[in-house]
Design a protein around this ligand. Structure first.
Ligand code: IVH
Length: 672
């Protein structure tokens, strides 16, 4: 495409998307379907990647993928402002809270409270009207929130329609389950992307994405803890426990493990039970919320400007401890990247013994001026990976020397290199043993070739014994069975089991193999995309940079990396060896119908189909042997247009090449 043509299209797409955003977020009157919106946005992203000279600050793509967008429209909370909670740091604070309430109510009787875990997420206010979710607002400054309805709609647990007939305002907390957070970070690690700090930040970033598809992908969840009647502006039910019970009965995702406590002493006992539960939950909690159960007493007890006086948040004691930094040691990843960890004098943190913590990269250590022998502060970040967060300078012994950043690889002593724009340093030696070990470990790992019984330790010891030097050697172990049997702890049965598991992995899919090869920037999902698109390695090897951009929607970084990988003779030699060792090099999930009219045709999908979602539609055409493209070019054979197609796309192709359908089933035996 010529630059002037691209500029024309970019301007057209920007104008449309900005208009649709305005209609959606400001006027609350969307005029296009989500899929049309996404199609146009993706096309704009594609064109801007190809023609970066035309990217302007007002482009709606600028915010996509970013953690935070300031472009959400704002709105005052229509029912009541969203207050924050006063914190209690110990049981004395709780006793004072109880005393004050009794004083205001002029009673000596015990107060009944609701006791609920305090979810460490992002608060949200959901407005329902005519049985439908109409608006979702973030807390904002408590008075004005941001309208994030479109994104919240993407969260499965959020009810879009309800049976309650009144206008109702439900409030709760959006969070990212710990298992989702772990997977996301694992994926980011395999893709060489920056890790997310903790589940709360991840959730907050995910609901403030300009592209709702990103929110959907982040698999957030919600717990509701409040219900207000929009018209009367009062609590919907008479007590907090009744509210939670009724919402639960009606199938709402309500906060779990809440209890009624009939005195402040009972509240304290229940807090201890929640503390015990904490490590078993798949979401972060950072305290316990205590609310006067009888909602009718709330106004009488009253409010300060910031907090209600009838509720308090008991915060768990800070999980930060001090210990001695015994050593700073670097590790080399399979890509050669150097990361640093701290060896610590063991301490107990949140029930587990911690003796190692992450220090990220050299800049982090230098910024904190950490010195071996220092007393450092250690925290379990997001309850997952312990992290050194600071140093206690008052306890620093005289004579501790400044840390010197290593200049050589800790494993092979090769001089480390640093490329422009990267904070990390790399070991450039592809024969470095640590890099080789990490590469082999990755190859055998669960998400990759899933070779059961071939543990990290075994891999390293086999490599040290020269039994394995590179990936193909794993499949040659069968020829070295006699040598294996001589090793300590290896018997006929265990060796057979291992060799069988290795043999079995030969049948794995192409996507597993690709992921296992560890191509830089190509994570689990990208490997799947490549395998599903090209189906066998021989075709994949021949693909050009430009085709990766159009065929699988790769950006520059991924496309460059795949091309470089397959242009390296060493890699091709290894792939050929694996092939002759009998490894499957095909993606067999899709059975291609080569008699189909769409076989080998380049088609573009736009609009929605009544019988399938977008992923299913793609798969449908892939089984018919079609190549799915995402932008119109002169090579596009057909546009399959469902309901509300992108008019811009349709305008770019001859009418005879447009196939309009309502559902895809109609196309199964299509002939022209
Ligand atoms: S009640 C006026 N209940 O904690 C009462 N809040 O620090 C306000 N939170 O902004 C909220 N779990 O985002 C309540 N069970 C729970 C909660 C909870 C988490 C959050 C909420 C609030 C913040 C206050």
């Amino acid at each position: 495409m010529k630059p002037n043509q691209a500029l024309f299209l970019i301007n057209e797409l920007k104008a449309n998307i900005n208009k649709w955003n305005h209609e959606y977020y400001v006027l609350n009157k969307p005029t296009v379907d989500d899929l049309v919106f996404d199609d146009n946005l993706k096309e704009l992203i594609f064109l801007e990647e190809k023609f970066p000279q035309f990217v302007t600050n007002d482009s709606p793509t600028i915010q996509v993928g970013g953690a935070f967008s300031s472009s959400f429209s704002k709105m005052d909370h229509p029912v009541k402002s969203m207050l924050s909670l006063k914190n209690a740091f110990d049981f004395k604070d709780l006793a004072d809270f109880d005393k004050q309430i009794k004083k205001i109510l002029e009673t000596k009787e015990d107060i009944t409270y609701s006791v609920e875990p305090k979810i460490d997420g992002v608060s949200i206010s959901l407005h329902y009207k005519n049985n439908k979710l109409s608006t979702a607002l973030t807390r904002g400054d408590g008075i004005t929130g941001e309208i994030v309805t479109k994104n919240i709609m993407q969260i499965n647990d959020v009810k879009k329609t309800i049976l309650i007939n009144d206008e109702i305002n439900l409030r709760g907390e959006i969070f990212m389950p710990i298992n989702v957070f772990d997977k996301l970070n694992h994926q980011r690690l395999s893709n060489d992307e920056k890790m997310l700090a903790n589940p709360r930040n991840a959730a907050s970033g995910a609901i403030r994405q300009l592209n709702p598809l990103v929110t959907k992908d982040r698999k957030l969840a919600i717990f509701i803890y409040f219900a207000l009647n929009t018209k009367t502006k009062k609590d919907y039910w008479d007590s907090q426990i009744e509210t939670l019970d009724n919402l639960k009965k009606d199938g709402f995702p309500v906060i779990q493990n809440y209890v009624k406590a009939t005195s402040i002493q009972m509240v304290m006992k229940e807090i201890n039970k929640i503390i015990d539960l904490k490590s078993t939950l798949d979401y972060e909690i950072d305290g316990v919320v205590i609310k006067v159960n009888d909602n009718k007493l709330h106004d009488q007890i009253g409010y300060t400007t910031k907090f209600p006086k009838w509720a308090i948040a008991y915060k768990f004691p800070a999980e930060i401890k001090e210990t001695k930094l015994l050593d700073i040691f670097p590790t080399v990843g399979r890509t050669g990247r150097i990361t640093y960890n701290a060896k610590l004098k063991p301490i107990n943190l949140v029930g587990t013994t911690v003796q190692k913590a992450t220090l990220h990269n050299a800049d982090y250590i230098k910024d904190l001026d950490l010195r071996i022998g220092d007393i450092v502060k250690v925290k379990k970040a997001g309850e997952i990976i312990p992290k050194v967060i600071g140093v206690n300078l008052n306890k620093r012994d005289k004579g501790l020397i400044k840390w010197n950043e290593p200049t050589q690889c800790p494993s092979c002593r090769t001089k480390l290199i640093q490329t422009e724009n990267e904070v990390d340093k790399y070991c450039p030696n592809s024969k470095c043993f640590s890099r080789i070990d990490e590469g082999l470990i990755h190859f055998a790992s669960r998400q990759a070739m899933n070779i059961e019984g071939l543990s990290d330790k075994q891999i390293i010891s086999f490599r040290e014994l020269n039994l394995i030097k590179e990936i193909p050697d794993i499949y040659r172990l069968v020829e070295k069975k006699d040598e294996l049997l001589l090793l300590k702890g290896y018997k006929e049965k265990s060796v057979n089991k291992l060799l069988n598991a290795i043999d079995l992995s030969k049948k794995n899919s192409l996507s597993q193999l690709l992921f296992g090869l560890g191509i830089r920037h190509i994570g689990y999902k990208s490997s799947k995309d490549l395998a599903n698109r090209y189906l066998n390695i021989d075709d994949l090897i021949k693909i050009t940079y430009e085709k990766f951009l159009t065929d699988v929607d790769f950006g520059d970084v991924k496309a460059t990396s795949v091309v470089a990988y397959f242009n390296d003779e060493k890699n091709i030699k290894m792939i050929n060896e694996l092939k002759s060792l009998g490894l499957n090099m095909k993606e067999s999930k899709l059975i291609i119908d080569d008699n189909s009219f769409f076989f080998n045709k380049k088609i573009l999908l736009t609009g929605t189909f009544s019988d399938v979602n977008r992923d299913e539609a793609k798969q449908f055409f892939q089984t018919l042997g079609a190549n799915i493209v995402t932008s119109v070019s002169k090579n596009t054979d057909f546009i399959i247009a469902g309901t509300k197609p992108s008019t811009i796309k349709l305008s770019k192709i001859e009418p005879s090449k447009i196939i309009r359908v309502y559902n895809l089933k109609e196309l199964k035996n299509y002939e022209q």
